[in-house]
Design a binder for this molecule. Sequence first.
Ligand SMILES: [Zn+2]
Length: 202
Amino acid sequence: MPLLRYTKECLDAAQGKWPASGDWAGEDAEKRKDRPKTIRVFENDFIEKVFARSHPILPIVWFGPFIAYGLYDGVRIGGALQAAGLFVVGLLVWTFLEYLLHRFLFHMTARTPEERFRSFMVHGYHHEFPNDKLRLVAPPLMSWPIAAVMFAMPLLSVADQVSVRSPRSHPPAVRSPPHASVGAVGSEIVTIVPRIQLAAHT
Ligand SMILES: [Zn+2]
């Protein structure tokens, strides 16, 4: 059985057939009362239980250590005040990103069956089955890739601080000054790859 095979009830729900209405955000809550609280999304047991659902406490378990390490490293490098300031900036940036995602992506008009399915999987499920406690927060299949991108950005920036030299005696790679702001991270990702390649060829 393919790992990511969807159940028939999930495919049907995405198209607005039983047990869903297809009118995700606009539906009267009264109409949902006879509906099951949850439906199965994947046929594979392991994927369904481990990667496609999440107890609300689990994101703290997965990401808590990364947050704690980030705070520790921030205090070590920039001091408690700067670390606390960046922590608050991070919260605000992520809250704003979530708002933008919800406003412009999650409720995009879906016309074709493919678009309806995509929209249902990204966010529609949450509106069709709002009382599904194990899908109130994003499950690993959704949250881990997003977290990996967010975590890779500062890591790439840190990697840039390490001088890259070949074993032969050549001038060291050009280093950029230490970053003082979060805004520097994006531009560093754009420039780090060619810089490392240049250093490897000198
Ligand atoms: Zn919504």
